[in-house]
Design a protein around this ligand. Structure first.
Ligand code: EPU
Length: 348
């Protein structure tokens, strides 16, 4: 295990803000993960586990303790009962895994093409897009339990997946370090083409789209929204969606639609669990005086999607947080709904 000191964290994130890690360890094996934890304990230093850095806001002061980057590699495939199980190292790039699953004609993650980040991050916030969520294909998560120092395998149900949540970012936050994830995919399965953007993309096609077609379509749609990372492009120097789509109880949703009706507006919404409604955070931001391309010093809002806060080049974490607060306050004033941020804040 190699311990580096004062390593800048901004380049390791997609938003590219934040200060250095006092200590930095990249762990390529379970043994190295355990060694890094012992190192942090021995120095009484706080531990932060870094994945692909695509959903992070690191404070300008950085992290005073140990940053552990899990770099466990490997994509292993086993087939049984017409199912293909992929056992994937937490450090693998997510989109590389999706590409290899699609290339092997296995369905279940094709709509999650082009999402930045690492495999180990996907169960934490139950990554989802275009009508698919990883909770639908995760068989189990192999993790180091910091309470017992044992490696355990948590079955899907034990992860308690919901919209952008799991035990890993709620009830058991900080307890587990994710080492590997098993996904169960369907060989020869059809692509999942439920989402309106995808249906529109394929309207007029005479042949049924393949998994590879779906993957290409999702990447194309994501690119038009600035949600595909293209090096050096300002609109994708972001942490993806900065706010979750609020899920409202029926009565709160009624209050919100009344406010919209009073303004002759209609808010996009979708059914959610237990008679709740999920409403579009992007729409709420856009109808609170923030348009695409909004500028606030060195940060702003993407020109392609109102839900992405971007770093225009020399932005700081403080500016990102100030803009986040400003948006939350305005949306709450106008619509009575407090938006919840989606990224993880480190040392903020
Ligand atoms: N909209 C606007 N302005 C915009 C963009 C969208 O008003 O600039 C409204 C439109 O009415 C649109 C609706 O919002 O129909 C939904 O927009 P979109 O399809 O882009 O999806 P989203 O709800 O904003 C969610 C996820 C994305 C995921 C897409 C596609 C969340 C917080 N975000 O965005 O995930 O890629 O759906 O499925 O759930 C992420 O989590 O980082 C992320 C990018």
């Amino acid at each position: 295990m190699i311990v580096q000191e004062n390593i800048p964290l901004a380049p390791l994130t997609t938003l590219k803000v934040g200060g250095p890690a006092r200590y930095f360890v990249e762990a390529k094996s379970i043994g190295e993960v355990q060694e890094a934890i012992q190192y942090a304990h021995s120095r009484d230093a706080a531990l932060f586990v870094l994945g692909g850095g695509s959903n992070l806001v690191v404070s300008d002061a950085g992290w005073p303790g140990v940053v552990l980057k899990v770099a466990i590699a490997g994509i292993e495939q086993q087939s049984h009962d017409n199912k293909a199980v992929f056992d994937v190292g937490a450090g693998e790039e997510w989109d590389k895994f999706v590409a290899s699953a699609v290339a092997r004609n296995c369905a279940g993650v094709e709509c999650l093409s082009g999402i930045p980040g690492s495999v180990g991050g996907t169960p934490v916030q139950n990554v989802g897009a275009y009508g698919q969520e990883v909770s639908e294909t995760i068989l189990s998560v192999t993790a180091l339990d910091l309470n017992s120092d044992n490696v355990c395998e948590l079955a899907n149900a034990e992860c308690e997946f919901h919209y952008r949540t799991s035990i890993f970012n709620t009830s058991e936050r900080g307890r587990y370090i994710i080492l590997r994830v098993k996904y169960e995919l369907l060989p020869g399965g059809k692509p999942h083409l439920q989402y309106a953007d995808l249906r529109n993309h394929f309207a007029g096609w005479n042949e049924a789209p393949t998994l590879a077609d779906a993957r290409e379509a999702v990447r194309t749609i994501r690119a038009t929204k600035g949600m595909l990372i293209i090096a050096g492009e300002e609109d994708c120097r972001s942490a993806g969606s900065f706010f979750k789509n609020p899920v409202l109880a029926a009565s709160d949703f009624e209050r919100l639609t009344q406010r919209a009706t009073d303004k002759n507006l209609q808010i996009p919404s979708y059914p959610a669990l237990e008679s709740q409604r999920k409403v579009s955070a992007a729409w709420l931001v856009e109808h609170s005086g923030f348009s695409k391309g909004f500028i606030s010093g060195n940060v702003g809002i993407s020109r392609k999607h109102t839900l992405a806060i971007i770093n225009r080049g020399k932005g700081s974490a403080a500016e990102v947080v100030a803009l986040k607060n400003h948006i939350q306050d305005r949306v709450e004033d106008i619509w009575g709904v407090r938006l919840e941020p989606e990224p993880v804040f480190v040392g903020v």
